[in-house]
Design a protein around this ligand. Structure first.
Ligand code: SF4
Length: 242
């Protein structure tokens, strides 16, 4: 996607007004608005969850000028890498790989082996947060696949807000959706999704930090199981309309 000049930063009042206006609109309407408001300056970082696959479907079907990338930690499940290829082939899009500075083996040399077992926050910082921060510097807005009902930290997420952590506008087209809404969309539009979901993995991240969940467990209970950590940090701080 061709990069264009940085757009003026929306004011606090403008963002609040826009978010209120989009609150009742469909996810596709929100994406259409976003593509028009930030052409060439907006990106979507997908982790290939079902929500992300649904958004890729919408972006591709409407040919929206929204860049697509994924944080390739080098530690994704083989099924996730396979899904990445299937999505690119089905929709004729490129989902760019954004990778950390160090390969997994180089990180083992510099930080010691299996950093995720000793210090998962540092591992996420090196393999996700730092490359994400550098990538987002080139954009004025990014789309996320978060839903309000996923975690307490996401419960207040606006449709459109200012992401103070990364310094750009954050657009959340699916905030009002439930997991049932997502599943219905995936089925209705025959969107490819990760086969691991059917094997007890409702939320899928890096393989060392993801386990299946038992019936009745929180869908994110399999992420960093046995630790306080619940988020990799991308969406940890609630975004605001300011
Ligand atoms: S999810 Fe686990 S393996 Fe992946 S970057 Fe974070 S700590 Fe490292």
């Amino acid at each position: 996607m061709t990069q264009v000049a940085r757009a003026p930063r929306p004011s606090r009042e403008e963002l609040a007004e826009i978010s209120a206006g989009l609150e009742g609109r469909s996810a596709e309407d929100v994406l259409l608005w976003a593509g028009e408001r930030f052409p060439g300056r907006i990106t979507f970082a997908s982790g290939f969850g079902m929500e992300g696959c649904a958004l890729i479907d919408m972006i591709a079907r409407h040919k929206l000028p929204i860049d697509l990338f994924t944080l390739d930690t080098g530690l994704l499940f083989p099924e996730t890498y396979e899904l990445w290829k299937r999505l690119e082939q089905k929709y004729g899009v490129t989902i760019r790989a954004v990778r950390p500075e160090q390969s997994v083996s180089r990180q083992a040399q510099s930080e010691g082996p299996a950093l995720w077992e000793r210090d998962p926050d540092r591992c996420c910082d090196l393999r996700k947060m730092q490359p994400l921060r550098e990538t987002l510097e080139a954009f004025d807005a990014w789309v996320s696949a978060i839903r309000r009902d996923q975690t307490p930290e996401r419960a207040d997420a606006p449709v459109v807000g200012w992401d103070g952590k990364f310094g750009l506008v954050k657009i959340n087209p699916l905030v009002r959706w439930t997991s049932e809404d997502v599943a219905a969309y995936i089925k209705a539009h025959a969107v490819p999704y990760n086969p691991l979901h059917a094997r007890g993995y409702p939320s899928i991240g890096c393989w060392p930090c993801t386990t299946p969940v038992k019936p009745g467990e929180d869908p994110r209970a399999g992420r960093w199981r046995g630790r306080e950590k619940r988020e990799c940090g991308l969406h940890l701080r609630p975004i605001t309309q300011t």
